[in-house]
Design a protein around this ligand. Structure first.
Ligand SMILES: Nc1ncnc2c1ncn2[C@@H]1O[C@H](COP(=O)(O)OP(=O)(O)OP(=O)(O)O)[C@@H](O)[C@H]1O
Length: 246
């Protein structure tokens, strides 16, 4: 007979953690030609994977392939156990992605962008959620501005805010630190870490060792071969551009 589950010497078995992302021998590239080594990893909820490596190593190509925006040269990616298909409702409901700096409607204001994303994902208290994210991203005064009247950093904040006004169990960010000032980088990194600790799965491409150190729970260094690393090894590798730093 099993012992009581609140016995500290015989804790209840923790439920098996499911993979949110599972990459199996994934090769990413263009026109059938791989741009980097073969990627295999798994990512659970409450884990954050940093993808690091030099310019042109293949980080963006890998993450775009992982989320179905590019066709894999070979190998597979499973998200929540299903082969990646970014057209399915499940995928669109669960996965928030911020890649492109020009992914906005020129004629819509900042708050209209956020309202469309929130409403499209069935968020109930849209106005409250938007007000909160405008404040977090320092865009309250720009709520009625259109993207071309924003600075490049403010546009970046708007695109990031759009990922936070909607539900998400997997968040994928390509160099979120780009064009953010130091204070905003720190605020964003702290928030992401808190969300990861609360259950979010995060994949992030970054060149910022401090951002990585705050956010990541694991890392891979992308080059012709792929090296799994601890976050501190990856932060050192970025800082020194030495993939084998320890
Ligand atoms: N659309 C494309 N068609 C063909 N080759 C591409 C395309 N986009 C990128 N590449 C090439 O693929 C390689 C990897 O590019 P990628 O953008 O994935 O690198 P990265 O590691 O994200 O670099 P960075 O740190 O500079 O953002 C590069 O050699 C790049 O020139």
């Amino acid at each position: 007979m099993s012992k009581a589950t609140n016995d500290p010497k015989n804790p209840a078995p923790s439920p098996a953690r499911k993979d949110v992302v599972r990459a199996e021998k994934l090769q990413a590239g263009y026109s059938g030609k791989a741009v980097c080594g073969v990627v295999s990893f798994s990512l659970h909820s409450s884990q954050s994977l940093a993808l690091v490596g030099p310019n042109g190593a293949g980080k963006s190509t890998v993450v775009k392939t992982l989320v179905g925006q590019l066709e894999a040269v070979s190998g597979t990616t499973l998200i929540n156990g299903a082969e990646v298909d970014d057209r399915t409702l499940d995928f669109r409901r669960e996965v928030a992605v911020v890649f492109d700096d020009d992914a906005f409607f020129p004629s819509l204001t900042v708050e209209e962008h956020l309202a469309i994303v929130a409403a499209g994902h069935g968020v109930g208290d849209v106005e409250e959620v938007i007000a909160s994210e405008l404040e977090f991203f320092g865009l309250t005064e720009q709520a009625k501005s259109r993207p071309y009247n924003l600075s490049s950093g403010q546009r970046r904040r708007m695109l990031l805010a759009a990922a936070f006004v909607r539900p998400r169990s997997l968040l994928v960010l390509d160099e979120p630190e780009q064009r953010l000032d130091t204070a905003m980088r720190h605020r964003l990194a702290s928030r992401l870490r808190a969300e990861v600790d609360a259950g979010l799965a995060l994949m992030v491409v970054t060149h910022d060792p401090d951002f990585l150190s705050t956010v990541a729970t694991k890392a891979i260094f992308i080059s012709d071969t792929i090296h799994a690393m601890t976050p501190s090894q990856a932060a050192k590798a970025i800082a020194s551009e030495n993939p084998h730093a320890d």
